[in-house]
Write a protein that binds this ligand. Sequence first.
Ligand SMILES: [Zn+2]
Length: 220
Amino acid sequence: MNIINFMKIDLHCHTYKTKNRFGSNMTPKNMIKVAKKRNLDGIAITDDDTLEGYFEMKKNLKGDKDFLLIPGFETQGFEIAEILVLGIDYIPKKKNLMDFVDEIRDNNGVCILPHPFTFVPTLRYKKTLKELEIFDGIEVINSFDWGIYTEFAEKVANVFNLGKTSGSDAHSLRNIGLAYTICEDPIKDIKKRRTKVAGIESPWTYKISNLIKFLDNSPV
Ligand SMILES: [Zn+2]
């Protein structure tokens, strides 16, 4: 009999090193503690345009074999919406989108379309639709996003044969593990389109407080 060890991994989290306007108040040390308490088997650090938080967490874990740490980052700057990269521990120099994606894949990473329908669903969707083939997966559940789009995102994943991921997009401790991806090996399973997703939306209070933070940090 084969015993399959499915893991629960939150594939989208931000440490205090992240460089986006939402910021984060989470240190890797506290994140590990909370993630374990919430029965996660691992976490992906996906700070915006930096891997400093990932390396700090790696150091904190000291080779802990019971907790899987996935390197990653979130980035924008191409003609499409953001890209969530998982599985590589450096940021390739951006030349053009296809070169960038090729380098990720050549180094065994994957490109995910995160929170695909946030705020302006149709616009965002139209922009990215023609580019969907560059992605290995789509983030079906993002706790920070609006839950009403989850079903639609899952349909898109099925129609375009994309891997499915789920993550909290946590910028503070109470959100870690609200959503997670179920798999045996996240990167391999995304490539093979066999991950499963689970999770819930963040509370409204959290979303509103983050929106205020975002507006506060917007350039005037
Ligand atoms: Zn994010």
